[in-house]
Design a protein around this ligand. Structure first.
Ligand SMILES: [Zn+2]
Length: 230
């Protein structure tokens, strides 16, 4: 886990600073300031069946729909926000972005979701971090879609080593056979929304969808916070 003493000190001294720009005061009960809220650029992927997120998975896995809330720009304030969610113990960021995403999906007939399923994290890693950020994002979405959040039906049974310095083939091999369907009956016949934080290679999502697609009469869509290189 990355720990930044300066960040920690900053949070203690300035608890009301915007979590995106670290400069302005954030709006009450929100994660960012008025300026960042105004600047935020939502990707319109949720409105279109054929989009850049779907393209990432063409010919690899079978999906109903796929979207991300943002395009991920390196060094931007979104990266700052996602970094805080992953490493700085800021669970409220996941919930807030989930609600934002769920509010958009609720306007789309194509996202007639029955169950939100976060990409599982190994229990040891989740314990160390204090939460699974995908679960928080999923929780916000499920609340807005008024549907069930499932954290026990699909689980991770093996810890995987970090993906960053591997080739595509190695990454796929790395995530193969690490997920497990613990309760098929709970997911059978349902439209599943698989959720995660940032889509980089997509290898983890591919492995999850490969596995989940073995369940009878299942439909799978994907919603993530951001698309890297989008
Ligand atoms: Zn701000």
């Amino acid at each position: 886990m990355l720990f930044s003493p300066l960040q920690f000190l900053g949070d203690l001294l300035y608890p009301d600073l915007c979590l995106a720009c670290d400069t302005n005061k954030k709006m009450p009960a929100d994660i960012w300031c008025a300026s960042c809220a105004y600047k935020v650029s939502i990707a319109d992927y949720y409105q279109y069946p054929n989009n850049k997120v779907m393209e990432r998975f063409y010919g690899k896995i079978e999906l109903h729909r796929a979207m991300t809330l943002f395009n991920f720009a390196k060094g931007g304030y979104l990266q700052n926000l996602v970094h805080k969610l992953k490493y700085d113990n800021r669970p409220e960021i996941g919930i807030a972005l989930g609600k934002l995403c769920g509010g958009l999906l609720a306007t789309q007939a194509d996202y007639d979701i029955d169950v939100v399923v976060p990409v599982p994290m190994h229990p040891e890693k989740e314990f160390k971090r204090g939460y699974n950020q995908a679960t928080l994002f999923g929780k916000g979405i499920a609340e807005m879609l008024n549907c069930r959040l499932s954290t026990r039906d699909f689980i991770k049974t093996k810890a995987t080593v970090t993906q960053t310095a591997k080739s595509r083939a190695e990454r796929l091999e790395n995530v193969k056979d690490v997920f497990y369907i613990a309760n098929e009956a709970a997911l059978s016949g349902k439209h599943i929304l698989l959720v995660d934080d940032v889509i980089t290679t997509g290898a983890t999502l591919e492995a999850c969808v490969d596995m989940l697609n073995k369940i009878p009469n299942i439909r799978i869509s994907i919603a993530c916070i951001a698309l890297a290189g989008g």
